[in-house]
Design a protein around this ligand. Structure first.
Ligand SMILES: Cc1cc2nc3c(=O)[nH]c(=O)nc-3n(C[C@H](O)[C@H](O)[C@H](O)COP(=O)(O)O)c2cc1C
Length: 158
């Protein structure tokens, strides 16, 4: 692999992970001049996974579990020799204090603990939203946190 391409693969149901993934992509492109491909795991397939040096994987949480396409993606791909970053979007993740700490431990660290061979360079828990009959019941997605994390990733990826 003689390039430094970045893949951001995500699964979303309520839209938070997609907004987070897009904002990360914008920062990596604009501030670090990285070539970034975004893949929605619900509707798209990753083309030639081997071409990527950096991989950001993220998705939402329901009933304490990260979405299944995300965990399948972690299970099925060979991440050796890649730089991997992981995020989970949830209601708890956007609530500072104990809830954020629990989201990071339960949704992020416990998920990754099942895949100890994956070389994770950075991991984070972000907020989410619940839209029900077009009403926003929860919205604690703060995209400035995604931007700040993307700045850290940019330094790790370049
Ligand atoms: C049925 C359902 C179950 C949920 N369960 C949890 C949960 O266990 N913990 C949590 O912090 N957030 C929970 N949430 C909030 C989601 O994590 C939030 O909608 C988030 O934005 C999902 O990511 P997405 O927008 O990318 O789909 C739940 C939301 C729904 C609709």
């Amino acid at each position: 692999m003689d390039n430094n391409k970045t893949l951001i693969a995500y699964e979303t149901k309520q839209g938070a992970s997609e907004e987070t993934a897009r904002r990360i992509a914008e920062v990596l492109r604009a501030k670090f001049e990285l070539e970034v491909d975004l893949v929605d795991l619900n509707t798209q397939k990753v083309q030639d996974f081997a071409q990527y040096r950096n991989v950001v994987v993220g998705g939402g949480v329901r009933m304490g579990r990260v979405y299944s396409k995300v965990t399948e993606f972690l299970k099925e791909n060979d991440f050796a020799a890649k730089r991997v970053a992981f995020f989970a979007s949830s209601a708890w993740g956007g609530t500072p204090g104990e809830y954020y700490d629990s989201a990071k431990k339960r949704f992020v660290e416990n998920t990754l603990a099942k895949y100890p061979h994956i070389p994770v360079v950075s991991k984070e828990a972000f907020g989410g939203k619940i839209v029900y009959f077009k009403k926003r019941m929860v919205d604690n997605l703060d995209l400035s946190r995604a931007e700040a994390w993307a700045m850290e990733l940019g330094k790790l990826f370049t």
